[in-house]
Design a protein around this ligand. Structure first.
Ligand code: ZN
Length: 340
């Protein structure tokens, strides 16, 4: 079997371009299967894009993978993290604790990390939970609330990055990475473009097989889907390059996948509008009418965490339709009700 036929989440270290390697690391839940981190050999050390979920098994795999290149975890000069989600950021801050590694993250993640750093009593209700209530998904709200309250305390230990990235060029010794802010999946999501090598380290902004969730963050923006669609157009306006995603196999062309994602959202918006026209009134009712994942599952077939992502995504689409004047909305006892 050639390297390209191996399942993308098979553990190992896979060259994707000269001096650039993909290292899939495990996740504590299986729905995304794995997260890719990318090691860039640079001068006498290595720069790593994204860091994985803080798990002993993942740390061990990163260490043994880097060892095949002659490096240890202490040779990582910097983690360039695409966004604040646990599967990208948490291992970076854990490794920094032992080696003093520099950790960089998009400046737009600052409100989320500042909110999470507050004592539990001051944090208030996790905003995605608040959205669930407004979406009419109270059963889900009640199931998830204790889980998120527990999780909030873990996240509070993460700490801040060493530097906040704005739209800027990062000069490595052998290449230049342009930081491009791509708000949407999270407000502070960034991608890293190596224009000379034709590589896009895309994080979760452009994924080959799935569409990234929208609006799952502590300090969410008022228009996350509009932000996301704008950030997709931004990719289309840049020269095409090879897609190096955080979940899934690499793909030759970013633009092809961006076009598919734009089309997916166009169709989703139409389905949401149809669901309201057919009698659904709240975001959770719309989510029940739609089909989810590549396997076309119903909302009830998803686990509670993915049900939440599905409802948040429905909210995001409905809000776009309201903004475009295709729907109107009003609030009835804290629940948003939509009509054609
Ligand atoms: Zn991710």
């Amino acid at each position: 079997m050639s390297a390209t036929e191996v399942r993308w989440d098979t553990p190992g270290i896979f060259p994707v371009a000269p001096d650039v390697y993909r290292i899939p690391l495990p996740l504590p839940n299986d729905s995304l299967r794995a997260v890719n981190v990318y090691a860039i050999v640079d001068g006498g050390g290595v720069v790593v894009v994204d860091a994985g979920w803080v798990l002993d098994e993942g740390r061990e795999l990163m260490a043994t993978s880097l060892a095949t290149l002659g490096f240890g975890l202490g040779d990582i000069s910097e983690f360039l993290v695409t966004h604040v989600h646990a599967d990208h950021y948490s291992q970076a801050v854990a490794i920094r604790r032992d080696f003093g590694t520099r950790v960089s993250l998009g400046a737009g993640e600052r409100p989320t990390l500042e909110l999470l750093a507050r004592p539990a009593t001051e944090r208030g209700l996790f905003p995605p939970l608040r959205l669930l209530h407004a979406a009419g998904a109270d059963e889900l709200f009640n199931r998830l609330r204790p889980i998120f309250e527990e999780r909030g305390d873990l996240v509070a230990d993460w700490g801040m990055p060493d530097r906040w990235l704005a739209s800027e060029d990062i000069q490595l010794s052998t290449r230049t990475l342009r930081v491009i802010a791509t708000p949407g999946h999270t407000q502070g999501h960034v991608v890293f473009l190596d224009a000379a090598a034709g590589l896009l380290f895309a994080g979760d902004h452009v994924l080959p097989h799935i569409t990234p969730s929208i609006g799952f963050e502590a300090a969410t923006g008022p228009r996350p889907l509009q932000d996301y669609l704008f950030s997709l157009q931004l990719m289309r306006a840049m020269p095409d390059s090879m897609l190096l995603p955080a979940h899934g196999p690499t793909r030759e062309h970013v633009h092809d996948r961006v076009d598919e994602l734009i089309e997916h959202h166009r169709a989703r918006l139409a389905h949401c509008r149809d669901a309201i026209a057919a009698g659904s009134a709240t975001a959770v009712e719309v989510a029940e009418q739609l089909r989810w994942t590549r396997r076309e599952r119903t909302l009830a077939e998803l686990d509670p965490f993915n049900q939440m992502l599905a409802v948040l995504e429905s909210v995001a689409h409905l809000e776009v339709l309201v903004e475009r004047g295709a729907l109107t909305s009003s609030t009835e006892s804290g629940v948003t009700v939509y009509s054609s």
